[in-house]
Design a protein around this ligand. Structure first.
Ligand SMILES: [Zn+2]
Length: 421
């Protein structure tokens, strides 16, 4: 009996107010399991470029690597087609929306080039370009009227877990509960955090807010993140044994690119303007990076990143991670540090408890009280940004204001190798 490996990807199945590709994909694997024998080698949840036009919520796509007897190959395609037709009919009953689901399921006999993943996590991908790109692979593509889902589905197949990968256990709600308030209290989430220290991003201590349960009407009950599948299963069993926690209908552990920083590159530059602080509480500053002018923007949700940006002075050398926004042509900051600050000027030297004044060009400073003279100089200091919440001089937003893809500083600092401004 010869076994073969198949890579399966799915994306663009959900409506802005209902459904979730994670649940659809779980449903697909359950449907398949009822009809054919196969084993799952790996399940993957891949987050993609946060500025993609067609994203619904977290811009996630799903994939799995499965193994089955090669004689079942045609059966796999037939059963997948049956399921896909059911999905299409299900989607046709969605309420109308300006972002209609455009599901695509791909089954491939080989993994796609990793470049497909990198292109899709870091920037915009043209649909026709991608459709052409995957033609060279021996794969089946299931689609309805439109093919938008091919972008995420192909990216999910092409992702190769790096050392930056982590896991997320997703538990789904019983259908009778969807739309109702999720039953998971803050006290239990805090206990989860204490009892399972190898799980992460369970809550935002700065806001006393749980982060495992979504706030949308989707079918996900909660997601627990961590470094190993075993720990997540134990944490899930513990939660489900707790009488204050809603019972899930099903769950699965996914290997994921969340918390990897794969979507950003580390950059460095010199500040050349005073920060501009707008009424909407966001702020911006001009920088020179690789000889080119750029604008860096921090939003009020950026918290300490926004505070640090506001304290910058022209001449400061800074490092950051951020995303270039195609809508306002600026870089939206995620993490920020000052690698070399210019001295801040306080005042002219003091005499008789007041600042001395310049008497004009090429003149000394003079005290207006006692008439003493002094050479011209400024009093200044090198700033230490100790008032800002920082880890090894880097600052980031609070956990509830970070993207799924952003790596928290306590899981590792951005690498500063080879960075010379
Ligand atoms: Zn004086």
């Amino acid at each position: 009996m010869d076994n073969a490996i198949f890579f399966i990807g799915l994306d663009d199945t959900d409506h802005i107010d209902l459904g979730c590709t994670t649940e659809n994909f779980n449903d697909f694997l359950n449907y398949l399991a009822e009809k054919i024998n196969f084993s799952i080698i790996s399940r993957r949840l891949v987050r993609l470029w946060p500025f993609a036009n067609r994203r619904t919520r977290g811009n996630a796509a799903l994939s799995a690597v499965i193994k089955l007897n090669i004689n079942c190959e045609n059966k796999l395609y037939d059963v997948s087609d049956d399921w896909f037709q059911l999905l299409l009919s299900n989607i046709s009953s969605h309420p109308s929306s300006n972002l209609e689901a455009s599901p695509v399921l791909i089954i491939s006999k080989s993994q796609f080039s990793e470049q497909i993943y990198w292109d899709t996590v870091k920037g915009h991908v043209d649909l026709n370009f991608r459709l052409n790109e995957i033609k060279k692979y021996d794969c089946k593509v299931y689609a309805g009227k439109s093919h938008w889902g091919v972008i995420g589905a192909s990216a999910a197949i092409s992702w190769i877990p790096s050392e930056n990968h982590s896991y997320e256990l997703i538990a789904w709600r019983k259908s009778s509960m969807i739309g109702k308030k999720r039953i998971i209290d803050m006290k239990t989430v805090a206990e989860l955090d204490n009892n399972f220290p190898e799980t992460f991003v369970n809550r935002d201590p700065t806001k006393n807010r749980g982060l495992i349960a979504p706030r949308t009407p989707c079918p996900v009950l909660y997601g627990i993140r961590g470094k190993s599948p075993d720990i997540l299963e134990n944490a899930h069993k513990w939660l489900q044994s707790n009488k204050n926690v809603e019972k899930s209908s099903d769950y699965a552990v996914h290997c994921t690119n969340q918390l990897s920083d794969d979507h950003v590159t580390l950059s460095s530059g010199t500040v050349i303007s005073k920060p501009l602080i707008s009424k909407g509480a966001h702020s911006s500053v001009k920088v020179i990076m690789d000889g080119k002018l750029n604008t860096l923007v921090a939003f009020s949700q950026g918290g300490s990143v926004n505070h640090l940006l506001r304290s910058l002075n022209p001449g400061d050398i800074i490092c950051w991670t951020g995303l270039y926004s195609p809508s306002d042509l600026s870089i939206h900051l995620e993490k920020l540090t000052i690698s070399d600050a210019v001295p801040r000027i306080i005042s002219r030297p003091l005499c008789c408890n007041i600042s001395m004044k310049s008497a004009g060009n090429n003149q000394n400073l003079r005290c207006t009280k006692c008439n003493s003279y002094s050479e011209k100089y400024w009093r200044g200091y090198i700033p230490i940004f100790s008032n800002i919440d920082m880890i090894h001089n880097w600052t980031e937003p609070s956990p509830s204001n970070r993207r799924h893809l952003s790596k928290p500083l306590n899981l590792g600092l951005p690498l500063l190798n080879n960075l010379i401004p």
